[in-house]
Design a protein around this ligand. Sequence first.
Ligand SMILES: Nc1nc2c(ncn2[C@@H]2O[C@H](COP(=O)(O)OP(=O)(O)OP(=O)(O)O)[C@@H](O)[C@H]2O)c(=O)[nH]1
Ligand SMILES: [Mg+2]
Length: 236
Amino acid sequence: MFKGNKISLVIPAFNEQECIGTLLPGIPGFVDEVIVVDNGSTDKTAEISKLNGASVIYEKRRGYGVSLKTGILTAQGDIIICLDADGSYPLTVIEDFLKLLTDNEYDFISGQRINLNINNAMPLINRIGNKIISCLINLFFGIHLKDSQSGMWALKREIFNKIAPASPGMGFSQEIKIRAWLNPDIACYETNIPYDRRLGGRSKFNRIQDSVTILYDVFYILKEHYGLLQYKKNNL
Ligand SMILES: Nc1nc2c(ncn2[C@@H]2O[C@H](COP(=O)(O)OP(=O)(O)OP(=O)(O)O)[C@@H](O)[C@H]2O)c(=O)[nH]1
Ligand SMILES: [Mg+2]
């Protein structure tokens, strides 16, 4: 519990046996519920997660986005925090996120990694790609995000239905931010976080395939966004 709020942590994990056993013991005691969403891992991700006290959910449909959505919908917390299973996001900033949500009355906090890229955890090519996509998103949607692709955020559970992200894959993390930032009823804030190399194992990010999907998702949301604006204009 944190200031009277039940706290859930949702972690998407696909073949992360090298990392998850090191990550989970470091989770702060005020986190009430840890949900690992496994997606048919062929290694010991699920066993190790259970041994370390996490609840494991199995999602049949493959994908980062589908898994996160299932995890968030299952979580019982008043506040839900999402981060990766590979240890690249710091558990130490969870408390800062919770303070921002509870003291400053924000509804959605996103971690931005651009200024604190430890050990060159985000390679130059990924940084350039992230910058280009983030600039496009800001230009298209009139919002201001420094790190549209960050995988660490926290939100009040009651606002998730207002965001309703649907991207099945890696585009989920940008979609949840775009829709939150676009919603005038949701108070959003981006805060600096350190980002380090994964603890072990292999990256699941396929630079070409996932970048194409991410761009496709941006245009899909854009089409819907402008369709809605047009509809509102015509029906005034
Ligand atoms: N359940 C589930 N989790 C996934 C899937 N793809 C990736 N993940 C998890 O999502 C998180 C992000 O994937 P990563 O492979 O770390 O991607 P990345 O952070 O862009 O790449 P690195 O910087 O190399 O770590 C990790 O916890 C993965 O295990 C998936 O299809 N299903
Ligand atoms: Mg990672």
